[in-house]
Unconditional design. Structure first.
Length: 220
């Protein structure tokens, strides 16, 4: 039982139920929430991004935006947008997860990651339609490819659009996935979200995300 008050049930059955709902009225309502909320938040996001962009440009060499390939709904790849927080821009097989005290993270990048400001450009992914405000967090493709053979229900997390925040994140399941057990717990929350997704649940997760961001736990 998670903080949303939802118990985990048989994922394969619930996944099929969600897949049917996502193609109907529930899916349209969720998309309407994504677009309207993103447009309302856009001016505030741009005000935050401007000083962040200046700080990145004046303190380290490299591009302003970090672009990386991720798997989206139905495992279709897309390019995710983030503010650059590292001295490297790794993608594909060269990817290595950030850990606490990682020397690749810049001084400005540590603040951006701790406050999740680096994730704000993903509002443009939401407007493009390859992400949602709420859904399973999209992992770098190498991370997915490494763990998929080890966790039976892994592919079920691709049954919904990936999100800027998600059920796993408000449960504290964020940061490095150094063991299969850590990833399995995160995937279980992702699959539960896919199976039980609703606009009401999305709103609850969005509200809970505010507290998670303020705490900044496991944000390396």
């Amino acid at each position: 039982m998670g903080p949303t008050g939802l118990a985990y049930q048989d994922s394969s059955y619930l996944f099929r139920v969600y897949d049917a709902r996502s193609r109907g009225f529930t899916g349209l309502l969720k998309r309407a929430l994504d677009v309207s909320a993103a447009l309302i938040l856009l001016p505030v996001v741009l005000l935050v991004l401007l000083p962040a962009a200046i700080a990145i440009r004046t303190t380290s060499a490299g591009p302003l935006l970090f672009r990386q390939t991720r798997y989206g709904k139905d495992k279709v790849t897309f390019t995710i947008f983030k503010l650059r927080t590292m001295t490297v821009c790794e993608d594909g097989k060269q990817f290595r997860q950030a850990t606490q005290g990682d020397a690749r993270v810049t001084h400005v990048g540590r603040f951006l990651r701790a406050t999740s400001i680096d994730e704000l450009p993903q509002i443009f992914n939401v407007l493009k339609g390859n992400m949602s405000l709420v859904g399973p967090r999209p992992h770098p493709t190498k991370l997915d490819d490494d763990f998929r053979p080890l966790i039976d229900e892994y592919d079920e997390r691709f049954g919904a659009k990936p999100g800027i925040t998600g059920l796993a994140q408000v449960r504290g399941q964020r940061g490095p996935t150094e063991t299969v057990e850590i990833m399995r717990a995160r995937v279980a929350s992702d699959v539960e979200y896919v199976a039980r997704q609703s606009v009401l649940l999305d709103l609850r997760i969005l509200l809970a995300t505010i507290g998670v961001v303020l705490i900044g736990k496991n944000a390396f």
